[in-house]
Structures are given as structure tokens and as C-alpha cells.
Design a protein around this ligand. Structure first.
Ligand code: SF4
Length: 444
């Protein structure tokens, strides 16, 4: 029997949440992985019951939008048959264990954290006490890969310092204010001790009067180091440790693997993969990547294990399908939320405006990377300020913010950086962005 879940407002596999353009079904993928058969099943379900495309999310998951009322059970059944559902409906929300898409492949990573991530995911799914975690509660396990997401905060992060030690911290990104470090062999025990500590506090009120649902609530009035010191394993100080900066735009294009083969990252414009494109991607993955597709937190895909002599042809085929495999266009690193076409809070058509903006900028011959077009100040598509944010005001009009010039502040608007233009058309915003190109180059 299909059990629909109504505990939270966040979409899930069993919780198909109504939106302006129909239901949203979010499918959480263990370690962001999808096989070709599952991709075909997703395409079939999207074609039959929703919009004929899937969306890549910024947590390396996928979602089907536009699910028609009355077809929810058929979608859930189809996803379950494709092996995309967890063992039980109550385990769906906790499947938030983030790893690099290059996990296990990167020759420069000190640790392959794949097995650890799998064990953590299995325990989260199978031990009911963890099902009380919020659907947004997430854990990042970072092997120190050159391609890593360092912009999305997680409730708990573990990051390899070297082949034998993990630093860890809370409510941030790997390397940000480490609370301590543990031996790699103690990481699982330490992580679950922290989860147990957190689970015991869920629903209580912190010193600020907030209900504890996320790790940041638990940190109010507590020192992270004190929490670390209570762990049932040796913990050493790591406050001076900083993670090496991940490679800029490293998720796009070819990366050599530890075994000499290649992984190839490709971006579907604005994270949307029409079902025809998805079917062709599944075929390509079968031909060159053993049928494996890895989703990334940059709303893109990565095909692993490609032989060197197949690399150029694979990139060409991806480009033919509509993916971007070189950082030579503004759309390679532009993100948007659903905007007014799919969300009741959306004040602008973010997707159409982002396409127009990218075309305008690329007309000058030099792309700009790191643009975020948002339909309202909730900023669903970018958990942290992007270099440039266009905040929707009314159809076709935006305020423009530049994070690099931020003067700080704590309001939602100040969170995007400094406002550098008001009530702009897309053309005006593009013109205002043009003089900022040198600044962006310096940062790259
Ligand atoms: S940022 Fe606003 S408009 Fe965009 S999806 Fe979120 S709530 Fe909707």
C-alpha cells in the first residue's frame, strides 16, 4: 500500500507537493547516482504523469514537476519499481548524505569516502530514531576531492585532512570553523554520536526561543568544541585547519581519474533535462560509462569511467544533446529557481529571463559565471550568495546584487550582497554586469 507523507512541506518521493504547475516529486539519489535503466524509468514517468523533463537539484537529486493530481500513486509505484525508493516511506527524508561526484575517482583526494557514505546512508534509512530528522538535515562527507561543493552548508560535515584523519564541523561547509578532528576509523562512530546528541534535542527550544530542527539551532548557547569533546572517541583540535579551495568550475569538462580513465561533467542549461535528452543521456552512459550517471550539486551530470579514446566523441555527443561541456557560455554556471512559471511566490519568469540574460551577455563574447536569478528573496536555488544575484520584483524587472562587493548586513536582501542596480530590465542588468567582468576575472 502506498503511504503518502504529509509531515513536512518539502517535496519527497512519497510527498508530492502541489505547486503552481502541478505536483513536485523529489527523488533523493544515494550519492547522487542514477543508472541508465532508472534514467529511462524517470523519463517514462515524467512523460506520462508530469512535465516532460526532469530537474536536477542543488543537492544532487532530481525531481519531476507538474505531476497531475490523481497520478501520485502511479508515480510512486513507478519509482519504486525502478529501485529509486528507500526501504520504507519514513526513510525517504533522511537520505541527505552529500559526497563529491568524483568520490572514489579523484587521484588527488586523500580518501575514498564511498563506503563510509554508504554505511551512513544505510543506518539513517534503517534505524527509525533518525527518521525524526528534518528533510533538510544533511551530512556532507568530503574525501578532499578537487571537485567539491563548498557553497552549500550542511548540518554536519566531515572532511578528510589526509588519508588518516577527518576534520568535522557543524552548520557550515567543509573546512569552515572545524570543531575538531578524529581518526578516519572513528568517523562513523563520531558522526552517529553527534546525530544521537542532536536527535535527543529535536523539538526542544534553544536559548533564542527557536525550536531545534537544524544543527544551527543546537549551537545557540553551546560551543562546537564542547560538543566535539563529548564524543566517545579521541578528538584533537583542528581549528587552524582549512580545506584546500575546490577547483573553480571543476564539475564541467574532463577530469582524469585515479585509474587513468576520465570523468566528464556536463551541464544541462538551468538544470532542466527534457525527457528526450535524458533518454539519449542514458544511451550514451550505457555506451561509454557502464550505464552510470552521477548527478552533481551544480545541477549538472557527470559520466564516469570513460576511456581516453572515447572522451572527445562523448563530449561531442553531449554537446549535440544540449549539454554544456566547456565553461565557455554564461549558462554553464547560471542558476535559477522555478520562478513565476512554477511557484506561487515567484514574481518573475526566472528561467526565460535567465536565458535572455545569458544570450545578451554572451553576445559580447565573454561569459560571466556565477549568476543567480531568483523569483523572490527566499533564494531556493542558491543557499549562499552567488557572485551576482538578480532578485525578481515584477515581470521582467529585477534588482541586481553583487556579493563580491557586499558590505555585510543580516536581512534577506543584504544576504545577496550589495545592491548595485534597482528595478532593471534584463538588458539593463546585462549592461550593468559588463563592467564587472575584470573583477570576476581577478577572483577566478
Ligand atoms: S525563490 Fe521564491 S520564487 Fe523561487 S522557487 Fe523559491 S519561493 Fe518560489
Amino acid at each position: 500500500m502506498i503511504v503518502s507523507d504529509r509531515r513536512f512541506a518539502c517535496p519527497g518521493l512519497y510527498r508530492i507537493v502541489p505547486s503552481l504547475d502541478g505536483g513536485i516529486c523529489r527523488i533523493k539519489l544515494p550519492r547522487g547516482r542514477l543508472n541508465a535503466a532508472q534514467a529511462r524509468a524517470l523519463a517514462g514517468l515524467a512523460d506520462r504523469f508530469g512535465h516532460p523533463e526532469i530537474e536536477a537539484t542543488n543537492r544532487a537529486n532530481v525531481q519531476i514537476r507538474g505531476v497531475r493530481a490523481g497520478s501520485e500513486d502511479a508515480v510512486i509505484e513507478g519509482l519504486t519499481a525502478a529501485g529509486l525508493a528507500p526501504g520504507s516511506s519514513s526513510a525517504d527524508d533522511v537520505r541527505n548524505v552529500m559526497v563529491s561526484p568524483l568520490c572514489g575517482l579523484d587521484p588527488d583526494a586523500p580518501l575514498d569516502v564511498g563506503d563510509l557514505a554508504d554505511r551512513v546512508l544505510t543506518r539513517l534509512e534503517n534505524e527509525p530514531r533518525y527518521h525524526a530528522l528534518s528533510p533538510k538535515f544533511s551530512v556532507q562527507i568530503d574525501g578532499g576531492e578537487t571537485v567539491a561543493m563548498a557553497a552549500h552548508p550542511n548540518d554536519i560535515w566531515f572532511s578528510a585532512i589526509d588519508g588518516e584523519t577527518f576534520a568535522f564541523g557543524f552548520a557550515g561547509v567543509p573546512g569552515e570553523k572545524p570543531a575538531g578532528a578524529v581518526a578516519a576509523g572513528d568517523a562513523e562512530r563520531a558522526l552517529f554520536a553527534l546525530l544521537d546528541l542532536f536527535v535527543a534535542e529535536i523539538g526542544k527550544t534553544n536559548a533564542k526561543g527557536e525550536k531545534v530542527t537544524r544543527m544551527r539551532h543546537l549551537l545557540v548557547g553551546r560551543r562546537a568544541e564542547a560538543m566535539a569533546a563529548a564524543l566517545p572517541c579521541p578528538v584533537r583540535a583542528a581549528s587552524d585547519w582549512r580545506r584546500e579551495e575546490p577547483m573553480a568550475l571543476g564539475h564541467i569538462g574532463a577530469r582524469r581519474q585515479v585509474d587513468g580513465r576520465f570523468a566528464l561533467g556536463a551541464v544541462p542549461p538551468l538544470g532542466r533535462i527534457p525527457t528526450r535528452m535524458l533518454l539519449d543521456l542514458a544511451e550514451l552512459a550505457t555506451d561509454v560509462a557502464g550505464g552510470e550517471i552521477r548527478m552533481t550539486p551544480w545541477q549538472s551530470v557527470l559520466l564516469p569511467n570513460i576511456d581516453e579514446d572515447a572522451l572527445a566523441n562523448t563530449a561531442a555527443r553531449l554537446e549535440e544533446l544540449g549539454f554544456i561541456t566547456r565553461p565557455d557560455r554564461t549558462l554553464a554556471a547560471t542558476v535559477t529557481c522555478a520562478g513565476g512559471a512554477g511557484c506561487r511566490s515567484g514574481l518573475t519568469d526566472t528561467k526565460a529571463d535567465a536565458l535572455a540574460l545569458a544570450a545578451e551577455i554572451d553576445g559580447w563574447g565573454t561569459p560571466i559565471f556565477g549568476i543567480h536569478v531568483t523569483g523572490c528573496s527566499k533564494s531556493c536555488a542558491a543557499p549562499r550568495p552567488a557572485p551576482f544575484t538578480l532578485l525578481g520584483l515584477k515581470p521582467g524587472r529585477y534588482d541586481l546584487f553583487a556579493a563580491a562587493e557586499s558590505t555585510g548586513g543580516d536581512g534577506p536582501m543584504a544576504g545577496f550582497g550589495e545592491r548595485v542596480g534597482r528595478d532593471l530590465t534584463i538588458e539593463q542588468a546585462a549592461r550593468l554586469l559588463m563592467p564587472r567582468l575584470p573583477m570576476q576575472r581577478e577572483k577566478a
